[in-house]
Design a protein around this ligand. Structure first.
Ligand SMILES: [Zn+2]
Length: 258
C-alpha cells in the first residue's frame, strides 16, 4: 500500500516544507483520507486518480481543499466525485460549506456528464470498500463526529487516528488487526498546552505515551501526524526526550510503501 501525506506549506525558497497546516493522506493515488490540501498539493496522477475522499471529520484543516478540488475538476468529471462521511459530517458540509455563501452547493449541480458530487454515508463502526481497499471506521474522541480508520488491502493494514483525544476503540481495533504495518497517530500540542489539548480533544507527547500503552502490537512502526506547525519543533523535542520504541515523525511529502 502506497501512502503519502501531501504538503500544505512552502518554505522561503518555494519548496514544500514539513510544517503541516492541513491533512490529506493519499492512498495508492486513488483515495484520499481528508482533503486539507488535496487541490493545492496533489500530483497530476493523483488529480486524475482520486475520485473517493473519506473524511475523518469536518474541521477546516481537514476539508479546506475539498471545495477547491471539486471546483478544479468540475468540467472534467465523467462520474461524480464520491465523498464518504457520516450523516453528521454530510449535514455539516451541506449546511456550513456548500451553502452558496461559502461555496456552491455542488451536490445540486451537474456538468455535461451529470452530477459532480455524490455523498456515500456510513455509520461510525462500519466497514466499506473502495476499489481494492477496505476501510474500517472507528469512532474516536474529538469535538465533532470523528472517525479513525483501519485501511486494508489484500496483504497490509494501516491505521490512522485522524484528530483525537484519549480513546479506546481505536486501539482495540488495532490490536485485533492482523497484518497491521503502521499506525499514524496525532500529537497536536506540546505538554505545556495539555489543558487546551484536553478541551479540544487532542493529544500531547505525555498523553500520546499513555495512549500507546493500549497498543499491544509493539513491533508495528508508529508515525506521528497532525502536529500544529507552531509547536512542531517543541513536540518533536518532547517526544525525543522520552523516546518510544518504533515511534517516528511522518515525513510530509514522502511516499511510504507498507
Ligand atoms: Zn479537528
Amino acid at each position: 500500500m502506497k501512502l503519502q501525506m501531501l504538503p500544505s506549506s512552502i518554505d522561503e525558497n518555494g519548496a514544500a516544507s514539513q510544517r503541516q497546516h492541513l491533512l490529506s493522506l493519499v492512498i495508492d493515488d486513488c483515495v484520499s483520507i481528508d482533503a486539507g490540501s488535496l487541490a493545492m498539493a496533489c500530483s497530476a496522477v493523483q488529480r486524475e486518480g482520486v475520485r473517493d475522499i473519506i473524511l475523518t471529520h469536518t474541521h477546516l484543516d481537514h476539508i479546506a481543499g475539498l471545495p477547491i478540488f471539486i471546483d478544479d475538476l468540475f468540467g472534467s468529471l465523467i462520474k461524480p466525485l464520491r465523498i464518504h462521511a457520516t450523516p453528521e459530517m454530510i449535514e455539516i458540509l451541506e449546511r456550513d460549506i456548500f451553502n452558496w455563501s461559502i461555496y456552491p452547493r455542488f451536490s445540486e449541480l451537474n456538468n455535461q456528464s451529470g452530477p459532480v458530487v455524490e455523498y456515500r454515508s456510513f455509520e461510525r463502526g462500519s466497514t466499506f470498500s473502495i476499489k481494492h481497499l477496505t476501510f474500517q471506521s472507528i469512532a474516536v474522541n474529538h469535538r465533532v463526529s470523528a472517525s479513525g480508520y483501519i485501511v486494508s488491502d489484500r496483504t497490509t493494514a494501516v491505521a490512522v487516528t485522524g484528530d483525537t483525544g484519549e480513546t479506546e476503540d481505536f486501539w482495540a481495533a488495532c490490536n485485533a488487526t492482523e497484518n497491521l504495518k503502521a499506525v499514524l497517530v496525532e500529537c497536536a500540542f506540546p505538554d505545556e498546552m495539555a489543558k487546551l489539548a484536553e478541551v479540544s480533544n487532542h493529544l500531547t507527547p505525555a498523553s500520546l505515551r499513555r495512549e500507546l500503552e493500549k497498543l499491544k502490537k509493539r513491533d508495528c512502526p508508529l508515525y506521528v501526524i497532525n502536529i500544529k506547525p507552531m509547536y512542531r519543533e517543541q513536540v518533536i523535542k518532547e517526544l525525543a526526550d522520552a523516546p518510544v520504541d518504533g515511534l517516528h515523525i511522518l515525513n510530509i511529502g514522502r511516499v511510504y510503501e507498507f
